[in-house]
Design a protein around this ligand. Structure first.
Ligand SMILES: Cc1cc2nc3c(=O)[nH]c(=O)nc-3n(C[C@H](O)[C@H](O)[C@H](O)COP(=O)(O)O)c2cc1C
Ligand code: SF4
Ligand code: SF4
Length: 261
């Protein structure tokens, strides 16, 4: 099984491509925010975006409730804009040690950025190179290559709260990376509510309204048909929309459905 989390589709595309090469199934992690994840498969993969050099806090909180078979070969692919995963591998290992397995292999995959802007040229290069990179990852996984040595240490108190997006001490407090404004271009179509993995958006008086339960996935920003959802942070306010060219709105709505498909 290959589990995934996505906002703008890079991780979904990667998980889908890997699954096809490995003859595996994919499943979104999103429904597991409300129920424990148990996986007895021999092969278990996780594909997700890098957020501030870490795994998304939503994934951390899901993995804290998960059970993964101790005899599994567990791997992670961190998609990112910079191509480096920071503390993601170690934190993924901690989460998986807590879940019972530990991490066997870890891979970076550089993709177009959905936060800090990458140029059209960079995006084109990364998208063109990605299939070969995923192919190499699939070969390593098929050989059950151990590219990561588990530290054997489970998550410590504050594991989720320590995530950048939670703020250092205040659980679920919005930080600057999660502040959005909705402009007058909003038509109240509800697309942003449909792609939100947290059920954090509703339409009121013909306009999208955001709550406080944000996973910082930026799906609402990138999939809005009117580009009416903008980050408040000045340096990112004018960033263009992006989504993976081979991933559709319907794919992401399905993946981020909190009830599961
Ligand atoms: C809130 C946020 C923080 C991010 N932080 C990083 C980062 O620290 N390093 C990096 O290389 N990319 C970072 N990115 C970019 C994403 O990791 C990258 O574009 C990823 O492939 C997006 O995956 P997705 O399309 O599956 O959502 C960040 C994106 C978001 C939304
Ligand atoms: S997707 Fe855009 S236009 Fe539609 S409700 Fe959300 S913000 Fe408004
Ligand atoms: S509000 Fe936007 S960024 Fe936050 S979880 Fe929902 S879709 Fe993602």
């Amino acid at each position: 099984m290959i589990y995934l989390f996505t906002g703008s589709g890079n991780s979904l595309w990667c998980a889908r491509t890997l699954a096809a090469e490995l003859d595996e199934r994919t499943e979104s992690l999103v429904p597991y925010k409300d129920k424990p994840l148990t996986c007895d498969d021999e092969l278990v993969g996780f594909v997700m975006p890098t957020y501030m050099g870490d795994i998304p806090w939503l994934v951390k909180s899901i993995l804290l409730q998960a059970r993964v078979s101790p005899s599994s070969y567990a791997f992670v692919v961190m998609t990112s804009s910079g191509g480096a995963s920071g503390s993601s591998f170690d934190n993924m290992d901690r989460a998986l040690v807590g879940a019972g397995s530990g991490l066997s292999a870890a891979f970076d995959l550089q993709m177009p950025g959905n936060c800090v802007v990458s140029t059209d040229e960079q995006n084109a290069e990364r998208l063109a190179a990605a299939p070969d990179h995923v192919d190499a990852i699939a070969r390593a996984v098929r050989r059950r290559e151990r590219t990561y040595e588990s530290k054997g240490k489970g998550p410590e108190p504050g594991f989720v709260e320590g995530s950048y997006f939670y703020g250092e001490h205040s659980l679920r407090r919005l930080t600057m990376m999660k502040g959005f404004s909705v402009t007058d271009a909003c038509t109240g179509c509800g697309v942003c509510a449909s792609v939100c993995p947290m059920g954090n958006i509703h339409v009121e008086g013909g306009r999208a309204v955001h709550g406080d339960e944000c996973a910082a996935c930026y799906a609402c920003l990138h999939w809005c048909p009117e580009h009416a959802t903008l980050l408040k942070l000045p340096m990112l306010r004018n960033r263009p929309q992006y989504h993976h060219p081979q991933v559709s709105l319907g794919d992401v709505i399905k993946s981020n459905d909190t009830q599961g498909a």
